[in-house]
Design a protein around this ligand. Structure first.
Ligand code: DAU
Length: 342
C-alpha cells in the first residue's frame, strides 16, 4: 500500500514510518514541515531506503499537499502532523488552530479529491477533557480544555463530518500519553530524564498528583496500524497503555533508575487549566484484536537508557531555541518552587 504519513519526522510519526516501511508491501511518503520538533535525525536509518520518500511541506499549504497526491499516487493517509504540546498552546494558541484544524481540513479535502481508500487521523485522549472517575469511551461528549485539545477536537469534528457528509473512509485514533525514544524533551518524561541526567531540578506542576495513562510509542504505532488495517471507516478507536500513574511516581522512578536524589524534585506553579486525569476505555480496539505489548516498567527503563545513551540527539535540541522556551516556561516557576523533600 502506498501510504502518506504526515508529521513523519516527529516523535510518533518517525516511529510509525519505520514500522510501516519494515513491511515490504508498503511504500511510505513522508510529508513534514520540519517545524521545531520535526527532526530528520529521527529518520537517519531510513536515508536512501527504497520504499521511503521524504517531502518537506506543511499540511496547511494546499499546493504542497496536492502536489504530493499528484506525484505519488497515494492510497491511504495517516495524519500525524500536529502541534502537540499543551504548555506551548497556552503561550501561542494560533499555531495550534492553524495546523490541527486548518491543516487537517486541507489534508482531508486533498485526500477526498484523490479518492484515498483510508484516512486515519491520529488524535488524543485529551479531547475528552479531565476525567475524574471512570474511563472515556469513543462516543463520549468532547470537553477539551486547553487550546491544544480544543484544536485537536476541532480536527476530529472535521474528520467526522467527512464521513457523515461524503462517506469518506476516515477513522480516528485517540491515543493516551505516549513515551519512548526520540520524544522532544519538552514533554514530561524526556524533560525529567534529561534534567535528571544533568542534575537539574525536575519541575512538578501543582501537587504532582495528576494522573496519566502511559503508552509506549511502539504500542501506539501498532495500534494505529491495526486501526488502519482492521478498523471500520467512520469509527473512532481509543488507544491506551493501561498504565495509569501519578506524575510524582513516574518522576521518582526516573530518579531511582538514574541513581539521582529525590531532592531534585520541585513543586512549581501549576499549568493553567491543568487536567487532573485522563483515562480511556480501549475495549473497542482490543475486541478487534489489538493489545499493548510493552509493560510501563520495561518501556520506561528502556526509554531512560535510550536518553542516557543518545545524549548527542537531545543535547543539540536543548542547546538551541529550547533554552528560550525553557526560561519562559520554567525560569520564574523554579525560582518560586519548593523542594519535595522536607
Ligand atoms: O494524553 C495524550 C496527550 O499527552 C498528547 O495528546 C499530548 O500531545 C501530550 O503532550 C500529552 O499531554 P500532557 O499534557 O498530559 O503531557 P505532558 O508531557 O506535557 O505532561 C504530562 C503530565 O506531567 C501532566 O500532568 C503535566 C505534568 N508536567 C509536565 C511538564 C512538561 C509536569 O508536572 N511538569 C512539566 O514540566
Amino acid at each position: 500500500m502506498r501510504i502518506l504519513v504526515t508529521g513523519g519526522a516527529g516523535f510518533i510519526g518517525s516511529h510509525l514510518v519505520r514500522r510501516l516501511v519494515a513491511d515490504e508491501q508498503n511504500v511510505v511518503v513522508n510529508l513534514d514541515a520540519l517545524r521545531y520538533s520535526g527532526n530528520l535525525e529521527n529518520l537517519a536509518d531510513l536515508v536512501g531506503h527504497p520504499r521511503h520518500t521524504f517531502v518537506r511541506g506543511d499540511i496547511c499549504d494546499v499546493k504542497a499537499v496536492e502536489d504530493v497526491f499528484r506525484e505519488h499516487g497515494i492510497a491511504a493517509v495517516i495524519n500525524c502532523a500536529a502541534e502537540t504540546h499543551v504548555d506551548r498552546s497556552i503561550l501561542d494558541p494560533d499555531q495550534f488552530a492553524r495546523t490541527d484544524v486548518i491543516g487537517t481540513g486541507v489534508l482531508l479535502e486533498a485526500s477526498r479529491k484523490a479518492k484515498v481508500t483510508r484516512f486515519l487521523q491520529v488524535s488524543t485522549d485529551e479531547v475528552y477533557g479531565s476525567v475524574e472517575r471512570g474511563h472515556s469511551k469513543e462516543g463520549d461528549v468532547l470537553d477539551p480544555r486547553s487550546p491544544y485539545s480544543a484544536s485537536k477536537a476541532g480536527g476530529d469534528l472535521l474528520v467526522r463530518s467527512y464521513w457523515t457528509t461524503y462517506r469518506f473512509p476516515a477513522l480516528i485514533t485517540r491515543g493516551s500519553n505516549t513515551y519512548g525514544p526520540n520524544q522532544y524533551p519538552e514533554k514530561f518524561i524526556p524533560l525529567f530524564i534529561t534534567n535528571a541526567i544533568d542534575d537539574q531540578p525536575l519541575p512538578l506542576y501543582g501537587d504532582g498528583r495528576y494522573r496519566r495513562d502511559w503508552l509506549s510509542v511502539f504500542d501506539h504505532c501498532s495500534g494505529i496500524e491495526h486501526a488502519l488495517r482492521q478498523g471500520e471507516p467512520g469509527t473512532i478507536y481509543n488507544i491506551g497503555g493501561g498504565n495509569e500513574r501519578e506524575n510524582i511516581a513516574v518522576a521518582e522512578t526516573i530518579l531511582s533508575r538514574l541513581g539521582k536524589p529525590k531532592s531534585l524534585l520541585r513543586f512549581v506553579q501549576d499549568r493553567p487549566g491543568h487536567d487532573r486525569r485522563y483515562a480511556i476505555d480501549c475495549g473497542r480496539l482490543r475486541e478487534s484484536g489489538w493489545a499493548p505489548a510493552v509493560s510501563f516498567e520495561e518501556g520506561l527503563r528502556a526509554t531512560i537508557d535510550w536518553y542516557r545513551d543518545n545524549q548527542t540527539w537531545w543535547r543539540k535540541i536543548k542547546s538551541g531555541e529550547f533554552r528560550t522556551y525553557y526560561e519562559q516556561m520554567y525560569g520564574q516557576r523554579l525560582k518560586d518552587g519548593t523542594s519535595c523533600v522536607s
